[in-house]
Write a protein that binds this ligand. Structure first.
Ligand code: ZN
Length: 253
């Protein structure tokens, strides 16, 4: 069994064949899916999907690209959405200084407000961090009791060590299948299996074999295969341990 710990099955890219995509993933042993939200609209959709499909769990949160949406009203709605028992995380939330659709000040305020919400609700967080290494830890260190994952990890081993020091997990996507992704290869090799989650971030980031096409949750199979190869261990060991990591972090049934 495998779990895709980060997929956007609610995105319009899947509107025409969502059920077939889920069925095809399940036929390859991918049996559970965590669908985070990126703003209020996609958080609502994630919860709807989780209500509709027993194998889908949801995250609710506002991504740094939509950070300006975070205010007293939206935080109340996120709280309401999070009361659904299929909502297992607050996310994806974080800081993105690569695309910079909102100022640093707006992003930091939105991030900290949602970290506070996660703490209040006792939920883990799904973190999106891009070129914001220093600030991300400054914010996180104000909430030392939070658990979570740095999803779609794109940093180097030094950054990974900072993440592990804080007892967070690292989520690896099919970037690990790209031949020139040396930083990610090194992180995959060195990270203790107990701190690793696997994910697709689909519809984005298809593996090398289908690069440029739509990524599907089934592609998490190639992520596991490549990580096993890099670590010189059995695929089964990566599968079993990442499933139990995901179930523990998000308290999945
Ligand atoms: Zn994502």
């Amino acid at each position: 069994m495998l779990i895709d710990s980060h997929t956007h099955l609610d995105f319009p890219e899947f509107d025409s064949d969502r059920e077939a995509v889920i069925a095809s993933a399940k036929s390859l042993g991918v049996e559970k899916f965590l669908n985070p939200g990126c703003n209020l609209a996609t958080s609502r959709k994630a919860v709807e999907l989780a209500n509709q499909f027993p194998e889908i769990y949801a995250g609710v949160g506002i991504h740094p690209h939509d950070a300006a949406e975070v205010d007293a009203v939206s935080l109340v709605e996120l709280t309401k959405l999070a009361s659904n028992k299929k909502v297992v995380a607050i996310g994806e939330i974080g800081l993105d200084y690569f695309r910079m659709r909102n100022s640093k000040e707006i992003q930091i305020a939105a991030f900290e407000n949602q970290l506070a919400l996660a703490e209040k609700l006792g939920k883990p967080v799904i973190i999106h961090s891009r070129e914001a290494d220093k600030d991300i830890f400054e914010c996180l260190d104000k909430f030392p009791n939070l658990k979570g994952v740095f999803h779609c990890f794109g940093g180097d081993w030094n950054f990974a060590k900072e993440v592990l020091k804080r007892n967070f997990y690292i989520g690896i996507t099919a970037i690990v299948t790209y031949p020139n992704a040396q930083k990610t290869h090194e992180v995959a090799q060195k990270i203790p299996l107990e701190k690793l989650l696997i994910e697709t971030d689909s519809p984005f980031l298809a593996p090398q074999s289908r690069r440029g096409k739509r990524c599907n949750p089934a592609d998490v199979v190639e992520v596991v295969e490549r990580i096993a190869q890099l670590k010189s261990i059995e695929i089964d060991e990566v599968a079993t341990t990442t499933v139990s990591n995901t179930q523990n972090l998000f308290a999945l049934e």
